[in-house]
Design a protein around this ligand. Structure first.
Ligand code: ZN
Ligand code: ZN
Length: 592
């Protein structure tokens, strides 16, 4: 979930050579060629994106974000959209149909970004070079000398880069201006300490090292000039950070690629929240005598639920057994899934559990770290954070949040049958398109769906592989967790299209979703500088669940849960609405 570092950006093993697949005929063969060429052209237009997914041919290139580059991008989009029109969608294979939609969506999204959204004018935080340079130092895809030479060439464009940024910015939002100053200042160490460390490891001659250091000084001063310019920018009537209904509806369409509109999803989230609160109160009432003997139950629904959650949260592991607790659960999840016949788990691809690497230190919890599309032989890791070195209060608060129950749900979400299992299936239908343009709402939606599906089938770590019913404690905590995704959507939509105030947002998150004050503050900060992304969890989950329910209804006794899961995942990281067209062609959802 969003509080945990999720490194799912790049995944799926991909082969760029077509020799190992059986050669498809006609339209599909032509489309496969087209896709390969499309990706090569894409990387020319977006060299930074290419580097980030492990394609390093253009590492030395930094695009100056000026009007000329936006025009090149628009020309590229128009040309590729024209090329797409030469293919007849109906004649393509199912997997290529989805790739066609993904490419088309990407191109239209980019056009819309330049022509309508125009974040390059109002979001100063969209300009920041440090992360891409940091990746060149931190990832050892090539020898250090080569990486440093590319680093050097690329630095040459930084000054022009920030000049173009200043030229673009008009009437920015206060929130993105502050963020830009923080993030750009935070990235300065890449060009000082981090660079010096890397130079020490290299065998570059002194003169070359000196030239690199000299240019890095200029980069640092260009970044400082940018942040101080932002600090002094006259901005009497800053643009609101709220996106507004019209742009929001479009961004939702391109980013989430749902069969529902943003408004429909918002309404569904409101209904779902009410249902969850009713269920949570029922469980609280039932459990009350067991945990609160002699104490009267508060008349206020939220207060009663919160008190019960607080008591259950005391059941948690200790800092030194946190990692062991997570590792211990994985084989139990696999055994349960096998016993209940929920989905095939390939035993030849076990998940490699490791302590989180140093560069991720401080991010506790767990995350999946998968190889990029150009890194065929890379391992997929389950990074498990360590709480060692944390002060007592911070560790205690963290462990209550990731208590005995939530920790099980976290493992389901991140690993099995959540993100990791989805990844294994996605790798079986390799497509470079799905690996670089994969749909986040489907990916997150699957993980969120998996949580509910496991509990519906009786999963409860305390009750073993034959459990037929999860405990009420487990359900209550699951509902709290699910409330978080649900409220992410309510929050995002309300803030950006309905003028929700910070006070109202805090009330929603703290009093209706039982979050800690600090967590809620963090969420408010996030929603002030992002739009739509927070919708992906609930939207994907809802669409997958709805698809399953409609197939259950139409197929009756013939419906098989295991088959449903396996077929669903076989299409790769595709938008659920397209999977739906292929799995349930008669049941196109209402909305669009
Ligand atoms: Zn996730
Ligand atoms: Zn404790």
């Amino acid at each position: 979930m969003n509080r945990i570092a999720i490194l799912l950006g790049f995944f799926i093993l991909v082969c760029m050579d077509t020799t190992n697949a059986k050669m498809p005929a006609g339209m599909d063969a032509r489309f496969d060629n087209y896709k390969e060429n499309f990706v090569l052209e894409l990387w020319k237009v977006y060299p930074g994106w290419a580097s980030s997914v492990g394609y390093h041919k253009y590492d030395s290139v930094l695009v100056i974000p000026d009007e000329a580059s936006r025009n090149r991008e628009l020309t590229f989009c128009k040309a590729e959209l024209d090329s797409l029109k030469k293919f007849k969608l109906a004649e393509l294979s199912d997997l290529n149909k989805i790739d066609y939609h993904l490419i088309e969506n990407q191109l239209k999204y980019a056009q819309w970004g330049i022509n309508e959204e125009k974040a390059y004018e109002w979001n100063p935080a969209s300009y920041n070079v440090s992360e891409s340079f940091a990746n060149m130092l931190g990832n050892d895809y090539a020898d250090i000398n080569t990486r440093l030479r590319n680093f050097y060439t690329r630095m040459d464009a930084v000054s022009d880069y920030y000049s173009a940024a200043k030229h673009n910015i008009k009437n920015p939002t206060k929130e993105h201006t502050t963020l830009a100053m923080e993030q750009n200042s935070g990235g300065l160490s890449v060009f000082t300490d981090d660079l010096n460390e890397a130079l020490k490891k290299s065998t570059l001659r002194d003169t070359e090292q000196a030239a690199i250091k000299e240019r890095a000084i200029q980069v640092v001063s260009a970044i400082k000039r940018y942040t101080s310019w932002l600090g002094k920018l006259p901005n009497a009537n800053p643009r609101s950070f709220r996106l507004g209904s019209e742009l929001y509806a479009k961004k939702f369409q391109y980013e989430i690629q749902s069969g529902y509109t943003a408004e429909q999803i918002y309404k569904k989230a409101l209904e779902h929240k009410d249902e969850l609160l009713v269920k949570m109160h029922d469980i609280t009432t039932k459990l009350w005598p067991k945990y609160m003997a002699g104490k009267p139950i508060p008349g206020d629904r939220s207060l009663a639920i919160r008190q019960m959650i607080d008591v259950l949260s005391l059941n948690h592991t200790q800092p030194d057994s946190f990692q062991a607790a997570i590792e211990h659960q994985l084989p139990e999840l696999v055994a349960f899934i096998k016993n209940k016949d929920l989905i095939y788990i390939d035993p030849s691809k076990p998940l490699v559990v490791r302590k989180e690497p140093a560069y991720m230190a401080g991010v506790a919890g767990a995350s999946i770290n998968a190889p990029g599309p150009y890194d065929k032989n890379g391992n997929t890791y389950y990074n498990v954070g360590s709480l060692s070195g944390w002060d007592k209060d911070k560790a205690e608060s963290y462990l209550r949040e990731y208590n005995h129950y939530i920790l099980q749900i976290l493992n389901i979400h991140e690993a099995i049958p959540g993100h990791y299992t989805q990844l294994v299936y996605a790798n079986q239908s390799p497509s470079i398109i799905k690996s670089i343009l994969g749909n986040n709402a489907m990916i997150e939606g699957w993980a969120v769906y998996g949580e509910r599906m496991m509990l519906e089938n009786g999963y409860d770590g305390d009750r073993g592989v034959n459990s037929t019913e999860a405990s009420p404690e487990m359900w209550l905590m699951y509902y709290k967790w699910n409330l978080r995704s649900t409220c992410n959507t309510i929050l995002d939509y309300s803030v950006h299209t309905k003028n929700m105030s910070k006070e109202e947002a805090m009330n929603l998150l703290v009093n209706e979703a039982f979050q800690q004050q600090a967590e809620a503050e963090g969420k408010w900060n996030r929603v002030s500088v992002t739009q739509v992304q927070l919708d992906c969890y609930f939207t994907g989950y809802t669409e997958i669940y709805d698809l399953r329910q409609s197939l259950k209804e139409s197929m009756g006794a013939k419906f098989n849960l295991k088959k449903f899961h396996e077929q669903f995942l076989s299409y790769g990281s595709a938008p659920v609405k397209y999977i739906r067209e292929l799995m349930a062609p008669v049941n196109i959802p209402a909305g669009r």
